[in-house]
Ligand binder design. Structure first.
Ligand code: ADP
Ligand code: ASP
Ligand code: MG
Length: 275
């Protein structure tokens, strides 16, 4: 039995049909004998629409209230996806970021995950349920207010949970069938990459490739989480982003993350499982 974290981006859940398509894939993965944790983004362009709505009401924008507003997008998709899975005969429970134990610092709009305590997620999957977690959000350790992780942050939620749960793989489902040498929508001659090291992917993300949230790649490398970036619209094999076996050791020696700009991500419970 494998533990798989599946993250579905906004384009994969842009309408009811998309949510039902995702539900089928999740139920199939679970029925194949895997434990499944799903991280979901807000539907389609709904985060942009919420930002636009706020802009019609206020120009200043209160950072705390903005995070309350934006985190609502992922709550909608998580609940609808749980309903769609249950409708197909599966058994799913949805959780907000704070219910899932995503603890962050207090920087609204660009919070960093500083601890992950996914007790409730672990209990749900041990019971045989699919656990669905709202991406992109957490709760401040200091103020207990809701925070968001920055645009595209659901990727980072997925990898942080995968690390904390000791998942075998973190699958990132999107609207292209993998990582290309350049954005295939801008450069039609770009080539699909089958496998790339976390280190090379980190360089690509840092130099602006917008396919994965930069911090998600940093966590994947640091915690040795294999990523599989693939399309939710097909069954094709996507791109594997693989940490090298000694990445974790090297990183401990170099300790590049242990700086004020990258506080340690702690995963209190449960410890990664040995398989
Ligand atoms: P999601 O809503 O699933 O999170 P994103 O919009 O964040 O999707 O990421 C998917 C998009 O990333 C693709 O539609 C593609 O246009 C873009 N993209 C940018 N750079 C790359 C790249 N190097 N390889 C593949 N896709 C890329
Ligand atoms: N919904 C958020 C955004 O649009 C987070 C995400 O999609 O990952 O940026
Ligand atoms: Mg994204």
């Amino acid at each position: 039995m494998s533990l798989i974290v599946q993250k579905f981006g906004g384009s994969s859940v842009s309408d009811a049909e998309g949510i039902k398509r995702v539900a089928k894939r999740v139920v199939d993965t679970h029925a194949a004998g895997n434990e499944v944790v799903v991280v979901v983004s807000a539907m389609g362009d709904s985060t942009d629409e919420l930002l636009d709505l706020a802009g019609q009401i206020t120009t200043g924008g209160n950072a705390r209230e903005m995070d309350m507003l934006l985190s609502a997008g992922e709550r909608i998709s998580m609940a609808l996806l749980a309903m769609a899975i249950n409708e197909r005969g599966g058994s799913a429970q949805s959780f907000t970021g704070s219910q899932a134990g995503m603890i962050t610092d207090a920087i609204h709009g660009k919070a960093r995950i500083i601890d992950v305590s996914p007790h409730r997620i672990k209990t749900a999957i041990e019971k045989g349920d699919v656990a669905i977690v709202a991406g992109f959000q957490g709760m401040s350790q200091e103020s207990h207010d809701i925070t968001t992780l920055g645009r595209g942050g659901s990727d980072t939620t997925a990898v942080a949970l995968a690390a904390a749960l000791g998942a075998d793989v973190c699958e990132i489902y999107t609207d292209v069938d993998g990582i290309y040498t350049a954005d295939p929508r801008v450069a039609p001659s770009a080539q699909k990459i089958d496998t790339i090291s976390s280190e090379e992917m980190l360089e690509m993300a840092a130099s602006g490739a917008k396919i994965l949230h930069l911090r998600c790649v940093e966590y994947a490398r640091r915690f040795g989480v294999p990523l599989h970036v693939r399309s939710s619209f097909s069954q094709h094999e996507g791109t594997w982003v693989l940490p090298s076996p000694d990445d974790k050791i090297k990183i401990q020696e170099e300790n590049p993350w242990n700086s004020p700009s990258f506080p340690a991500l702690r995963t209190t419970v449960p410890k990664p499982r040995s398989r």
